[in-house]
Design a protein around this ligand. Sequence first.
Ligand code: FO1
Length: 337
Amino acid sequence: MTISSPDSPSPQLSQIRVVALAGGVGGAKLAMGLQQILEPGALTVIVNTGDDFEHWGLHICPDLDTVLYNLAGMNNPDYGWGRAEEQFHVLAEMERFGGEEWFRLGDKDLALHLRRTEWLRQGVPLSEVTDRLRRMLGIPSQILPMANEAIRTLVHTDEGDLPFQHYFVRRRCEPTLIDLSFIGADRAKLSPDIKRAVDRADLIVFCPSNPYVSIDPILAVPGLRDRLRNAKAPKIGVSPIVSGQAIKGPAAKMMQELGELISPITVVDHLGDLLDGFVIDRQDADLADAVILPALVTDTIMRDLQSKADLARAVVEFGLVTQSNSTVSPIDSTSVN
Ligand code: FO1
């Protein structure tokens, strides 16, 4: 898929390799922007699998699928997850037969879950399953689940412990968040593909995904946090909080319940020494000085393909400037603090 842009890609842009860490919809949107502006194959997306669960006897990987469908241009434009032009005949029949109906699996989407589950039952690792799916969908970017081993996000709430999708979809994030655990993370292994991608990257991007339930599970994979910290590439975060609200999802509600300020600064503090620069929205321009790192102020709301590509280009160019300025001279731009 291409976008209409008056500019041809700069030589720098066409040569660099980018690793993006992503959770659900916000992460998938920026990943799509990055895929549009980079050379085919130059993007690797490391995706949260803490949201995965068993439903109707099938292995569901919501964030992997959100990234797959977005990078294939097949995502539902209204929800961001699931397939475009979807129908729900199977869901309606499941309801008739007393099956669980709170998690809306569409008919087209179902085929992917059936195939994935079939392969996993044959012993194919999740990374290989994901790679088969992305090739069948014609996606040029590499998509890596954060681990092949099961890691499951458990939400500790004032109403007890809830598996992630039961908290997020079934209970619509209503219970008050107390804490989160990533069950099984201690037994997971950092995959050779992730190590290679991080070590070879020219830029690492923390997508505008929920820091607590999208990025933290990825960072819980043993060895990944250190690998990222020690990577030669500059590491740039993009705020999922704009004007005191989460762009999508419960990040703002979670911040409040954890006793934090609902602010991009909270995200910067949370990611700490993993970041070399941070991108905030124009609506939060007054916060740029409070970001203790180099900060880019730009439009971060991604409504269409063009705005995804525009943000991706701004993030990549900012990352390259951040790196060269860390060794050469202070950043000099009206939009970069
Ligand atoms: N999110 C919802 O809020 N309601 C749903 O019924 C729902 C179904 C669904 C089906 C497949 C899929 O891949 C994702 C789906 N999601 C749904 C999104 C998902 O629960 C969350 O967005 C992520 O886990 C958080 O990133």
